[in-house]
Design a protein. Structure first.
Length: 717
């Protein structure tokens, strides 16, 4: 069969350009917007060039494929001939289920954050309106888009889901996403981008420990420094789906949307549903892709110097009393700690993890005079004060659950499976929300709490709102955001950490309202190296809590010397979980040296550009942070196991200024870690041009497994 060769109509196009990214969009011909290019900056484009791009982006139409609407709009529609994942799923009692939106107008504005295209579309027959927003951000070159669906009809419209798509070119032939579990978050996996759908869904009311955070598609073998790669992320802390979809006609795109439960969103006349922002980043290598997210977060809310934390959790767990915690605080202050955080165990009845979540009053038996004497001493020592909460959770064994069993989620079978002995408090009950807000706010005010470690240890499995058991999953995330926002506006000094059994709630939605995330409960440097590296695809170092753990890791029981544990902790928002009460004076003074080193260099560590070398030896890792003006950098070379290749050979240092000269020195706060015959430059240092350091590099020092060497590289004039 031969299709008649009728030339397709060429749509007009718009060019959005910011932060080193170009997005060219076909729009203005009545169809929903189609992205014709997303990635490298195309420079200023004339009207003719734009028209040319639109003309040359129309594919040949093959036999029997005449209805395929290529290029595919950001919200693909079945009724237009799209046979893949639908952009909108919804209906009114079985009708209005095959929407066909026509774009009626569009506007390109230059907002302060970056150019934004707003497209208004309607489905007149269905009485539905759609507003699509697509923006490229000046500070980062990130792309973001969202949709708002409005019901203009009389019949309620039930939204099943709205997913938006960012296209990637055919060069994107390999997928990368992340998996994991408790204490082993963010494990990368790769595979070819086959025809079909690669779907990563989160259904537990938070992204989860297993969640991918990002879904990336790139040129085969893309690494940190090379290979063009594109990725998507959803700025939402609740149920969600990320998918990479490739059709038989070779449309490839990255899809993101919120996962909705039955009737979570039913739109009455004139009511609307707005999707979370879908973000897109790209780069030549993952470092560039990640740097866009880092720049975005840094521009959105710049943070002051990150105070060194002492967190009580691994030091004392639930064993709280004034004398112990004061002694710990005193030793912390001596080591250079600037913020003392009391973890789980301070509230009424909480002696272990079986009871009391929800009873957010200071335990009168353990703390007869309240937390005030501890807080006073902490302040006297010149430190901030932080406190742990798990606001969304409740134990059945608590005064709260006994008084208000109807505030617990219940989808019709009782409170459901406990996890860590706990259940979930339904913040969709206004009184439950008010209770938590009041308890937290009162304490934050009374103690002038500087920092809340906000934990979340159970998935939402049965999030039915009592009495009828209708899903309250989505509302829970909205209420958490509201609670965080309200606490911050009442107490503007307050910082919040997002923790969920470690890295279970890490996304740009929660990062808009929190100051850092806790990437993992695992403080073992062997695991932390990888967890921090992959969490870093989204989260810059200063927003990752990185703590110095015990010699024998509490989660893996591996043992590591202080130097390796400390080296892996200094890159992020540094904290200490070692029990200083049991540490020798010598150990405490070495810890103090590492803390002082971190404090002296945190400006660079927390504002620089993160770089990773792509090394052929699978046992070696080389990563660093380079100052924005490339005047200096730190690198760490680590071996995660015994290397197959020995010696490793010369290692190029990425990210420096080719045309500057640099002095490279091994630095070893707390004492040298290198032994045996080493390359001469490791003792005497070496001066070389940036280009030489990048292209030829330095012969690697000899290291044992799970050991590292730290380099300071400074430009010399
Ligand atoms: C889980 C967190 O991830 C830990 O850091 C700690 O805060 C415990 N909860 C406390 O119960």
């Amino acid at each position: 069969m031969t299709a008649a060769a009728s030339p397709a109509a060429v749509p007009p196009a718009e060019h959005l350009r910011a932060g080193g990214t170009s997005v060219v969009v076909a729009v203005g011909d009545g169809r929903l917007p189609r992205i014709l290019h997303w990635g490298e900056d195309l420079g200023k484009l004339s009207a003719d060039a734009l028209a040319g791009i639109a003309r040359s982006a129309l594919p040949a139409i093959g036999d029997s494929a005449v209805t395929y609407p290529q290029p595919v709009p950001v919200l693909p529609q079945l009724a237009e001939g799209w046979l893949g994942r639908p952009g909108l799923v919804g209906d009114s009692e079985g009708r209005r289920w095959a929407s066909t939106f026509r774009a009626v107008s569009h506007r390109l504005d230059d907002d302060a954050e970056g150019p934004v295209l707003r497209v208004d579309a309607v489905d007149e027959a269905y009485g539905l309106a759609l507003v699509l927003e697509l923006q490229v951000l000046h500070a980062s070159g990130l792309v973001r888009q969202r949709a708002e669906l409005v019901n203009r009809g009389d019949e309620p419209f039930r939204v099943g889901g709205v997913e938006l798509a960012l296209p990637v070119p055919h060069a994107a032939a390999e997928l990368l996403d992340l998996t994991g579990r408790w204490s082993l978050e963010r494990v990368p996996q790769r595979h070819p981008f086959h025809v079909g759908e690669w779907v990563r869904a989160s259904r537990g009311g938070k992204p989860g420990l297993e969640h991918t955070m990002l879904l990336a598609a790139g040129e085969p073998g893309f690494g940190f420094r090379s290979g063009r790669v594109w990725a998507t992320h959803l700025a939402w802390s609740g149920n969600q789906v990320l998918a990479a979809e490739r059709t038989p006609a070779d449309t490839r795109h990255l899809v993101a949307g919120e996962l909705l439960l039955p009737e979570e969103v039913v739109l009455a006349r004139d009511a609307s549903y707005r999707t979370p922002w879908q973000f897109g980043s790209w780069g030549d290598g993952l470092d560039e892709l990640a740097a866009r997210f880092h720049r975005h977060l840094r521009a959105e809310r710049p943070l002051g110097a990150r105070p060194v934390i002492l967190n009580t959790w691994e030091a004392v767990y639930f064993r709280h009393d004034l004398d112990t915690l004061v002694a710990l605080a005193e030793l912390g202050a001596e080591a250079g700690v600037e913020r003392f955080v009391v973890d789980d165990g301070w509230f009424t009845g909480r002696r272990d993890d079986t009871s009391s979540l929800g009873d957010w009053d200071v335990d009168a038996e353990v703390w007869p005079d309240g937390l005030e004497p501890l807080v006073a001493r902490v302040r006297e020592l010149g430190m901030d004060f932080g406190l742990w909460f798990e606001p969304e959770m409740v134990n059945l064994d608590s005064d709260l659950a006994r008084a208000h069993p109807d505030w617990l989620f219940d989808a019709g079978h009782g409170p459901g499976l406990p996890s860590r002995h706990q259940h979930v408090l339904d913040l969709g009950h206004p009184e439950a929300y008010a209770h938590v807000l009041d308890r937290m706010s009162t304490l934050i005010h009374a103690l002038h709490i500087d920092y809340v470690k906000w934990d979340h240890n159970r998935y939402l499995l049965d999030a039915g709102h009592q009495p009828d058991g209708r899903p309250g999953m989505r509302r829970q995330t909205q209420q958490v955001y509201r609670l965080m926002d309200e606490l911050r506006s009442r107490h503007p000094w307050l910082e919040i950490e997002s923790c969920a059994s470690g890295g279970g709630r890490i996304d740009l939605g929660v990062l808009e309202r929190t100051d850092r995330v806790w990437p993992s409960d695992c403080n073992d440097p062997h695991e932390r190296l990888e967890i921090q590296r992959w969490t870093g695809l989204l989260v810059p170092p200063e927003r990752q809590g990185t703590h110095l753990g015990a010699r024998s890791s509490h989660t893996t029981h591996r043992t590591h010397p202080l130097a390796y544990r400390a080296e892996k902790a200094i890159w992020g928002h540094l904290g200490i979980e070692v029990n200083l009460l049991e540490a020798s004076e010598a150990e405490r003074s070495r810890i103090a040296e590492w803390v002082a080193f971190h404090v002296a260099h945190r400006d660079l560590l927390h504002h620089g550009t993160v770089v990773h070398a792509d090394l052929p030896e699978p046992a070696a890792r080389l990563e660093g942070v380079v100052a924005e003006d490339r005047s200096q950098a730190f690198y760490a070379l680590s071996l995660v196991e015994r290397p197959r290749t020995w010696p490793l050979g010369r290692l190029g240092l990425p990210g420096l200024d080719d045309d500057a000269d640099y002095e490279v020195r091994v630095v070893a706060p707390g004492g040298s870690t290198l032994h045996g015959a080493q390359p001469p430059w490791t003792s005497a240092g070496v001066r070389l041009p940036g280009r030489v350091l990048r292209v030829i590099g330095l012969e690697a020092p000899a290291l044992d497994a799970d050991r590292s060497v730290l380099l300071h590289v400074v430009a010399v004039r």
